[in-house]
Design a protein around this ligand. Structure first.
Ligand SMILES: *Cc1c(COP(=O)(O)O)cnc(C)c1O
Length: 431
């Protein structure tokens, strides 16, 4: 496969941009090879500047649930653009988008729009601290909630611990306020509450973890978090930046029937443009400025182009059968992969929830980050490279979920599985 132009562009980009990429997940650091510079994308396919075409399971890391360059989304953005690109003043369609979100997520009675998932989680936690008057938050090892200081933490050992800075530049004083527990571990979470509960403002959790591969909650985990929060007077924040409008219309909270106090949204709600939101109980959201005293603001929040793309996307997702289609595609993919791996004797654990899926080169079970980290990194690298050669574009990291879109047709899944059979055979030969 010729990637000479991507290679040249990477060298040029590196002189101006750290690593040549504007977000570290785009680099091929953990898999080797050349990150593809993208020229265009349409439906389920993405094309690089050397003219290679791939079936895309990254979907811009989640937003492109309708497929790339959906004609109705493009038209909505073009129409919006004719009237100007930003006013810094309220527009009618922001309310339309807020209402579309509320229709899907009954726990969200009121919401505020922001421009990124990072902003949404950061702001939701500020609100949680503001209303509870408490300072600590509890998160789970392997969950990603954006790159704000207090959330960029690593875990200590297997039990609940105070977070350790996940990056130079994050002061220990910031992460001291973040408690980290193993995902799916209610006992460790209870221990943390017994120790620090009086000062825990909120639990923040990915209700289906999607940033350590795809790790669904164990039965009872989310309901258990709800109970702990109620018992100790803390708020439950579901970070549905990835899962909202991805695993079901109404997100993971609808699927698992657990009601959070606050929810953060992003990715799909922007329809491929920068938009995100946080919202929840009316009484809590009433504390946000200017209605209340908890400050949060944004120059480009509710940007008209992003709102047009997001609103059109959410409206199209209201059609009946959409999530059944997405779920059947990711199921066919995940179960197909698992079947082929079993035939070839490659230990592979696959998961799928709605329109997201994941696979680990690990015999399983994988219920938390420590287990995910035991998967075979060399096998993943070889599989990733083989799939790319086959024209299948997967996330260049073993710790990312994959995404299907409505543009992925059954024959695309079949083609992917044929490619996977050859790629897994290479993995099997290496073992
Ligand atoms: C992507 C993601 C974020 C961060 O969103 P950005 O828009 O990249 O800032 C936060 N939480 C979760 C669960 C995510 O998947």
């Amino acid at each position: 496969m010729d990637v000479s132009r991507s290679k040249r562009e990477l060298a040029r980009a590196r002189r101006s941009i750290p690593g040549g990429v504007n977000s570290p997940v785009r680099a091929y650091g953990s898999v080797g090879g050349v990150p593809r510079f993208i020229e265009s994308a349409k439906g389920a396919r993405i094309r690089d500047i050397d003219g290679n075409e791939y079936l895309d399971y990254v979907g811009s890391w989640g937003p492109m649930i309708l497929g790339h360059a959906h004609p109705k989304v493009l038209r909505a953005v073009r129409e919006a653009m004719k009237s100007g690109t930003s006013f810094g003043a309220p527009t009618v369609r922001e309310t339309d988008l807020a209402e579309a979100i509320r229709r899907a997520l009954p726990s969200v009675q009121k919401l505020r729009m922001v421009s990124s998932g990072t902003e949404a989680t950061m702001s939701a936690l500020r609100l949680a601290r503001g209303v509870t008057g408490r300072s600590r938050i509890l998160k789970f090892d392997g969950c990603y909630h954006g790159h704000s200081d207090g959330l960029l933490v690593g875990a200590g050992s297997g039990v609940a611990t105070l977070g350790i800075p996940g990056s130079p530049g994050v002061p220990k004083a910031m992460t001291d306020l973040t408690i980290v527990a193993p995902y799916n571990d209610l006992a460790a979470t209870r221990d943390a509450f017994e120790r620090w509960g009086e000062d825990i403002a909120a639990i923040i959790v990915e209700p289906v973890a999607g940033n350590m591969g795809c790790v669904p909650p164990r039965p009872g985990f989310l309901a258990g978090l709800r109970k702990l929060c109620d018992e100790f007077g803390a708020l439950l924040v579901f970070d549905e930046v990835m899962t909202g409008f991805r695993v079901a219309h109404g997100g993971a909270q609808r699927l698992y029937k657990v009601k959070p106090d606050l929810t953060t949204l992003g990715k799909v709600v922007g329809g491929g443009l920068p938009a995100a939101a946080y919202g929840g109980r009316r009484d809590l959201m009433a504390r946000i400025a200017p209605e209340g005293d908890v400050y949060q603001a944004g120059t480009l929040s509710g940007n008209p182009l992003a709102v047009a793309a997001g609103l059109t996307t959410l409206e199209l997702l209201e059609a009946p059968g959409v999530y059944e289609t997405l779920a059947s595609r990711s199921k066919a993919l995940a179960e197909g992969l698992a079947g082929i791996a079993a035939e070839l004797g490659v230990p592979l654990t696959t998961r799928h929830v709605g329109g997201m899926f994941g696979f680990f080169f690990h015999p399983g079970p994988v219920d938390d980050f420590a287990q995910a980290q035991q998967s075979d990194a060399a096998a993943f690298r070889r599989f990733f490279a083989a799939m790319l050669e086959e024209g299948v574009y997967l996330a260049p990291s073993a710790y990312e979920a994959g995404f299907v879109s409505l543009a992925h047709k059954p024959r695309d899944i079949d083609r992917t599985l044929e490619a996977a059979r050859r790629a897994l055979a290479r993995v099997a030969r290496m073992r």
